[in-house]
Design a protein around this ligand. Structure first.
Ligand SMILES: CC(C)(COP(=O)(O)OP(=O)(O)OC[C@H]1O[C@@H](n2cnc3c(N)ncnc32)[C@H](O)[C@@H]1OP(=O)(O)O)[C@@H](O)C(=O)NCCC(=O)NCCS
Length: 183
């Protein structure tokens, strides 16, 4: 069985992010503050507000309009319960992007991250990218399992790679090669 076959329970929907998501995203980040804090960079107070999320979405939509990013919100029962994104999309001979995702604490363990990540990888292929990469904290076994499910392989460990939960922390680096077609 492949990752794409492991669809989450009925009722989940993935939609490209829009400015209209600001209230639901602010609510989701507020609900999941403790769940996400160990894995996230420091967040300013406005991050948890509707205005703060609207500002972030405006920047993100600009990047999306220029093909530098693709991001989707996971919707369930009128709430946003997750997000997945292809960040830092680069073309030329690299043709690469970085995958990021999170799932609401009340919705983990149902295959949502695997399903959303599979969607993002399919979109990366559609965009003509050659690879997708992702980094996880060395002890983020849940995220590493998601990446294994998505057929990513670990290619290294970067010391003091990202500022997460108050310190520069080592990360395991993963990639998935999407195809071997020439440029
Ligand atoms: C990591 C995270 C996205 C996983 O989301 P999820 O929707 O629960 O993932 P899935 O249900 O698709 O699970 C995929 C695999 O991971 C496993 N998994 C999920 N949570 C786990 C945990 N806490 N510990 C170990 N394995 C776990 C699942 O069992 C599944 O493996 P299986 O198919 O062998 O059973 C979610 O826990 C989360 O948002 N964590 C906080 C933010 C974060 O870590 N983001 C990623 C940063 S790199």
């Amino acid at each position: 069985m492949t990752a794409v076959d492991r669809l989450p329970a009925q009722g989940y929907e993935l939609r490209p992010v829009s400015l209209e998501d600001a209230p639901a995203l602010a609510a989701a980040y507020a609900r999941n503050r403790g769940h996400l804090a160990p894995w996230d960079p420091p967040r300013l107070p406005e991050f948890f507000t509707e205005d703060g999320q609207r500002d972030r979405l405006a920047v993100e939509l600009e990047a999306m309009a220029h093909g530098r990013q693709a991001a989707w919100a996971v919707h369930y029962g009128g709430q946003v319960v997750g997000r997945v994104a292809l960040n830092n999309i680069v073309h030329g001979p690299f043709r690469s992007a970085s995958l990021g995702y999170w799932v609401d604490a009340a919705h983990t363990g149902r295959g949502v991250a695997t399903w959303a990540g599979a969607h993002a990888c399919a979109e990366a292929l559609r965009l003509g990218l050659h690879r997708v990469e992702a980094g996880t904290l060395v002890h983020n076994t849940a995220s590493q399992q998601v990446l294994r499910r998505l057929e990513f392989t670990r290619f290294g460990t970067a010391e003091r790679y990202l500022f997460i939960a108050g310190a520069w922390r080592d990360h395991h680096l993963y990639q998935r090669i999407l195809h071997d077609d020439p440029l």
